[in-house]
Design a protein around this ligand. Structure first.
Ligand SMILES: Cc1cc2nc3c(=O)[nH]c(=O)nc-3n(C[C@H](O)[C@H](O)[C@H](O)COP(=O)(O)O)c2cc1C
Length: 182
């Protein structure tokens, strides 16, 4: 695929066929993150590829949270269904580096770096014929997930689900470029 096609056809995938994603494809997606730009080339990202059992467990935890919090109007249940449908899920983390320069603490640039890495992953998935969805709804149970995976000292940024997509709804509308200009 040429670059214009990759960037134009990328859209969030929410439903997936049952087809398996290979280890080579996952490795390539993580490699694409590893070469993203980052503030001061700090490369503050870490990844955890869930096993099927771990993905199932985390999906169950999200469904439980949704059942236990009926008054909260969130998209947690929908995200859990999407995770269930996807073949693979990678948890994305940021290291806990803090700059000695108090004003910035360097957290904002590091979050931006994570965004660059995650977008590389999204585009790489498209080029491999795959679909993906960034899932921040895992943050509702961030501590529980980190405890379950025994992850300490890293900040959870999101989950990233991958699979062969089924697109049964139209693409999301995007604002006209003119509207974006200040
Ligand atoms: C930071 C971020 C967090 C997101 N979190 C979720 C999520 O928790 N659940 C979900 O279904 N989609 C999530 N999405 C996907 C957005 O809903 C999607 O990108 C948006 O609707 C635009 O659609 P598009 O990606 O097809 O252009 C997230 C996207 C971003 C960038």
């Amino acid at each position: 695929m040429d670059f214009d096609e990759v960037i134009n056809v990328r859209r969030t995938a929410r439903v997936f066929t049952g087809k398996k994603v290979s280890k080579e494809q996952i490795d390539k997606i993580i490699k694409s993150a590893s070469i993203a730009p980052s503030a001061r080339n700090r490369q503050p990202w870490k990844f955890y590829c869930l096993t099927d059992t771990q993905k199932e467990h985390i999906t169950g935890m999200l469904f439980d949270w949704d059942r236990e919090n009926p008054k909260e109007k969130t998209s947690v249940k929908g995200s859990a269904q999407q995770i269930e449908s996807a073949d693979k899920m990678i948890m994305v983390y940021k290291d806990s580096y803090k700059s000695k320069y108090k004003k910035l603490n360097y957290s904002k640039p590091d979050y931006l770096s994570l965004g660059c890495a995650i977008e590389n992953m999204s585009l790489q998935a498209v080029d491999l014929g795959l679909g993906s969805c960034i899932v921040c709804d895992t943050l509702y149970i961030e501590e529980k997930i980190n405890e379950y995976l025994n992850i300490k000292g890293y900040e959870q940024i999101c989950g990233f689900i991958i699979g062969y997509p089924i697109f049964d709804t139209p693409p999301r509308q995007k604002k006209d470029v003119k509207e974006l200009m200040l």
